[in-house]
Write a protein of this length. Structure first.
Length: 269
């Protein structure tokens, strides 16, 4: 997994946009929410559910007060826990009963009855459930996911050819497996990660000039940057610092191995 997180607010209603992240597990201990996907479909949140990998930003609303325990899953975590291909399940809510075996789904759904003040117990229980129910995937597939993740973390805007050189397989097979485990072929995957990382950087108030220059150099012009930010984060550069929930979802600390370069840029000298 990438990280555990908590959404806790006493507000009555919040309307926001979820960036195009990897899969996430949400367990609502209090309140509820809804997500609207790029195809126009709207899904109401069950007490516990998976948000499948997002290939586009998705507007969502919270009906509060809300206390939600969440888990951000890596592509390997999504594959080994649910065995669901990302290119067939992306951009939709996946019920616990669809993603897990019946007994595991019952245990997961039961966690929604936990007292909101005992979120750490929820995280412990989810970790135990994952350890017990995650399955092994083929070593070659696990290696492919690891190499692709390392490639994404190697630079802000890594070269596509570098990925193909890393993988001991044909380009066609690499593209097929990239769709299966990441939801999109390498070029679209890179554009999505690049846009989310650009947003994570540009949302920082004290971004070093070198990092800002790196972001701008990765795009043909400002219009292309804005287009990709809207597609993958639902925001423009001007709105990236608009509100604490946005800042929290874009915090590089929650983006796993692929955010290595972001943390290095933002680290104090």
């Amino acid at each position: 997994m990438n990280t555990f997180f908590v959404v806790h607010t006493d507000a009555g209603r919040i309307d926001e946009v979820m960036p195009a992240y990897s899969a996430q597990l949400f367990i609502f201990l209090r309140g509820t929410g809804a997500m609207q996907y790029a195809d126009g479909k709207k899904a109401l949140a069950a007490p516990a559910f998976f948000n499948a990998p997002l290939l586009r930003a998705a507007p969502f609303s919270l009906e509060g007060p809300v206390c939600c325990a969440g888990v951000s899953l890596t592509p390997l975590g999504w594959a080994s826990w649910t065995n669901l291909p990302a290119d067939q399940t992306h951009d939709r809510i996946v019920a616990a009963q669809e993603a897990l075996a019946p007994e595991a789904a019952v245990r997961l759904l039961a966690l929604a009855a936990t007292d909101p003040g005992d979120v750490l117990t929820v995280f412990d229980s989810v970790a135990d459930l994952m350890r017990e129910t995650c399955r092994d995937i083929r070593p070659a597939h696990e290696a492919m996911i690891a190499e692709t993740t390392a490639w994404l973390a190697s630079a802000f805007n890594p070269e596509i050819d570098d990925l193909y050189q890393r993988l001991p397989m044909s380009q066609r097979q690499a593209q097929r497996l990239c769709r299966r485990f990441f939801g999109a072929p390498p070029l679209q995957l890179l554009k999505r990660f690049r846009a989310v990382r650009a947003a994570a950087l540009l949302s920082q108030k004290n971004l070093p000039d070198a990092a800002r220059d790196e972001v701008m150099a990765a795009y043909f012009d400002q219009a292309h940057l804005i287009r990709d930010l809207r597609r993958y984060t639902g925001r423009t550069p001007r709105l990236l610092q608009d509100g604490p929930l946005v800042a929290g979802t874009l915090d590089p600390a929650g983006h796993g191995p692929a955010a290595t370069a972001l943390r290095e840029w933002l680290a104090p000298e």
